[in-house]
Design a binder for this molecule. Structure first.
Ligand code: AMP
Length: 217
């Protein structure tokens, strides 16, 4: 029931990961966050993590071939059979074209591309206040007074600030988004897959708009 294969598009900090977690709770689709996968690789000091770290710290994109291989392997895992959400991938038109090839080989296709829109000024603000778990990447709920060093509410990790959430790096990430990722909106609009969502407001409001747009209510 309700198998969906989605791409979540939107600037860093637009709320893609937060919406993906909620969709996963309700529909059980695999959540494939390339940012989380790369942060795991950095934490575990794998070859991939060592290659990716310098790009990530500056807010730049990790080379396409590394990411495409990572996603290709992930999409073959069993939990993707019931549907999946790609969060943070693709980020360039080359990645989008490679994704088409990967999906064709797997006999899968994308059902919809959800583009979450938030004003860039609000994003710098949002990300400079964001604190996340150093282990599972869960975002601490804003407005609840959580501090750096507090225990994570989801696992046994600790809350911290992501290095690439410093205002200067955030501006660079937004710049990279405008230059390299925004063109994907046209790419998917041209295929009739795009669903635009206003990303301003509380988690539940944005979630409601998303499930309505996807025809899930
Ligand atoms: P995110 O958590 O999605 O904001 O990703 C954090 C960082 O990981 C980005 O700033 C990039 O350095 C890297 N990254 C994540 N996904 C990709 C991707 N699809 N292509 C290239 N770099 C990526």
């Amino acid at each position: 029931m309700n198998k969906m294969r989605l791409i979540l598009l939107g600037a860093p900090g637009a709320g893609k990961g937060t919406q993906a977690k909620k969709l996963k709770e309700n529909f059980h689709w695999a959540h494939i966050s390339t940012g989380d996968m790369l942060r795991d690789a950095v934490r575990n000091q794998t070859d991939l993590g060592l290659k990716a770290k310098a790009f990530m710290d500056k807010g730049e994109l990790v080379p396409d071939d590394i990411i495409v291989q990572l996603v290709g392997e992930r999409l073959m895992e069993a939990d993707c059979k019931g549907g999946f959400m790609l969060d943070g991938f693709p980020r360039t038109v080359i990645q989008a074209e490679k994704l088409d090839e990967l999906l064709e080989k797997l006999g899968e296709k994308i059902d919809a591309v959800v583009s979450i829109d938030v004003d860039p000024d609000k994003i710098v603000n949002r990300l400079s206040q964001r604190i996340v778990c150093d282990k599972c990447s869960a975002v601490a709920e804003p407005g609840k007074g959580y501090q750096i060093g507090d225990p994570c509410q989801v696992c046994d990790g600790k809350l911290m600030r992501r290095k690439d959430d410093e205002p200067e790096t955030v501006r660079n990430r937004l710049d990279v988004y405008e230059k390299q990722t925004r063109s994907l909106i046209q790419y998917y609009q041209g295929r009739g897959l795009l669903k635009k969502i206003d990303g301003l407001g509380a988690l539940d409001e944005v979630y409601q708009r998303t499930v309505e747009q996807l025809g899930l209510v």
